[in-house]
Design a protein around this ligand. Sequence first.
Ligand code: IPE
Ligand code: IPE
Ligand code: MG
Length: 238
Amino acid sequence: MTPHHIAIVMDGNGRWANKRFLPRVAGHRQGLEALRRCIRLCLDRGVGVLTVFAFSSENWARPADEVSGLMELLAGALAREVPSLKTNGVQLHFVGDRRGLSDKVCQGFDQAQRETTQNRDLVLNICFNYGGRWDIAQAAARVAGRGDEITPERLSENLALAHVADPDLLIRTGGELRISNFLLWQLAYTEMHFSDVLWPDFDAVHLDEALAAFAARERRFGKTSAQVAQDARHTAAA
Ligand code: IPE
Ligand code: IPE
Ligand code: MG
């Protein structure tokens, strides 16, 4: 089965550039190409939702020239990529803390979201200035602000990804085996796939490897294997 929702930690841009004696921002530029390719592949493979980690709340700690290079790349991508995403059926969402981002960037986010809101082929969530702890805290603050009781359901409804179901598959490229403050709440039952490939090199072969690995997993959600098999028989008979 193809996962409905794939989340990706697009890691390894800096190392890709270092290996070629290029500045790190050249790796990020190539990473943007890989994202463009990945979006096309997800449309082709029938994935419903793609959520990517583009800039974490911790990435502000990087050297100033790298941070400004990433902001420029974002501004350029907003100006250049939205028209083709719009015609290709992609519905865009920018997810993360807007504080710290320029007014121009925030207006670009809002405009891109407005222009693609009718699209239904692929929901693309770009996590920018995102952190899983920020997300849980802002959801809790919203629930508490209304005077409601804090329950898992209320929190889920107020998280930044409340418009989509939780990810079925998480892919992290670049060889690190960690979450790095990505979707802490939403990954509770997500299948994990870690790849040593550096993000700029991630292509159809690597995506299909991840999809095949996912298809071979048994998702039990706390049940036993026998129960899962019985549920599947019932679903097939219905
Ligand atoms: C991921 O690639 C992109 C961002 C964090 C913006 P890195 O820049 O972290 O690449 P490595 O991990 O240094 O190779
Ligand atoms: C995670 O990658 C963030 C993004 C891909 C945007 P990092 O490269 O920042 O993660 P750490 O710091 O190595 O854990
Ligand atoms: Mg990294």
